[in-house]
Design a protein around this ligand. Structure first.
Ligand code: COI
Length: 356
């Protein structure tokens, strides 16, 4: 049986908004939070006390399991304001399903659908002034779950906190992203947690990414943990390769995140009659394509940056530069996706979700 709750959402509003203190033209991604947040606790086998309250610090015991065993998962989604002031989410059902999938993998309880959507839409409505209109502006939404039971015994927590925070965001300019293809470190392994949006998946990337930065590259393209022969993800994103006019991307597996942007791009490409191959992509075939001139593009796809084109990659200390094409697939898909997200075009796939 899917979890549900009949409990009423408690709403505590801020006395005074902080919005006047925020410079919306100068935001650092994910570091300013809107007036309200959502909190719901799991205790005695059920989710209870769903509450929207002013954004602020928590009081959690240092003995809580999340601090010791990293039992935590999260999601990333965005709310957009169109030119008429209407507010939209993009495929929120996908994020709801995925946070529960991630939770199951981390031995955490699933969250009820009714309270997820009620909390999400109420929160977005309450803080809608934090979403500025204009392409690229959005409210980045961060649902997350953490283990709050006190105790350092290495076993799943019996208590959890589910929260939603919201952070105003501007267009995420990644500039020219240069990447290193991993030949030693790995992001995920067979049977591991790569397909879950587990907090530790991201923390574990910081060290190898720092090593890449020291060499003048911004991100790492992760390869399979067994032999480092197959290309899997780029930084915190899924990754696409365009060889001639065919798009290649790794298939979903227990090592790879089932990205919402990834699956949306695949649908857009198919609609545009662009050939997409979801199959294991060899490092050697991409190096060869770079050398014989058939590799046209590499780009990452994720919620935060939407699409992030790669201008160069390094493999075994040899750097391959990529021409940044005006009429790239990356630019084309980004425009098509943003037009749907900002209600500037038809929505043939029914991806938009109107909030207010
Ligand atoms: C995404 O873009 O999908 C992310 O998960 C980015 C986040 C780690 C900042």
């Amino acid at each position: 049986m899917k979890p549900s709750t009949t409990q009423k959402l408690d709403i505590q509003k801020v006395e005074r908004s902080r919005i006047d203190q925020v410079d919306f033209s100068n935001l650092t991604f994910g570091s300013t939070f809107s007036d309200h947040m959502f909190e719901c606790d799991y205790k005695d086998g059920k989710w209870q006390n769903p509450t929207i309250k002013p954004y602020g610090p928590l009081s959690i015991s240092p003995g809580a399991k999340v601090f010791h065993y990293g039992q935590a998962v999260f999601e990333g989604m965005k709310a957009y304001k169109d030119d008429n002031g209407k507010v939209w989410l993009f495929r929120p059902e996908q994020n709801f399903l995925r946070i529960n999938k991630s939770s199951v993998r981390m031995a955490m309880p699933e969250f009820p659908r009714d309270i997820f959507f009620e909390a999400l839409t109420t929160l977005v409505k309450m803080d809608k002034d934090w979403i500025k209109p204009g392409l690229g502006n959005s409210l980045y939404i961060r649902p997350f779950v953490m283990a709050t039971q006190v105790g350092v015994g290495a076993s799943p927590s019996t208590e959890y906190k589910f929260m939603i925070l919201m952070s105003p965001a501007q267009a995420y300019y990644t500039g020219n992203v240069k990447v290193v293809i991993a030949d030693h470190y790995s992001r995920s392994a067979n049977g591991g947690v790569g397909a879950a949006k587990a907090a530790g998946n991201y923390g574990a990337q910081f060290f190898p990414t720092n090593l890449a930065r020291e060499k003048g590259f911004q991100q790492v393209i992760w390869t399979d943990a067994s032999n480092h022969q197959y290309l899997e993800e780029a930084g915190t994103m899924n990754v696409f390769f365009r060889v001639n006019d065919t798009l290649l991307t790794a298939p979903i597996s227990d090592r790879i995140l089932d990205g919402v942007t990834r699956k949306s791009l695949i649908a857009l490409a198919k609609q545009d009659n662009i050939k997409v191959e979801e199959r294991p992509v060899l490092v050697s075939e991409i190096v060869e394509a770079a050398e014989n001139g058939t590799l046209k593009e590499i780009f990452g796809a994720g919620t935060a940056a939407v699409i992030s084109p790669v201008s160069a990659f390094s493999y075994k200390d040899k750097t391959h530069e990529l021409e940044m094409l005006e009429d790239s697939f990356a630019n084309r898909f980004k425009k098509e996706l943003l037009d749907i997200q900002y209600n500037r075009s038809e929505d043939p796939f029914d991806w938009r979700f109107e909030v207010v």
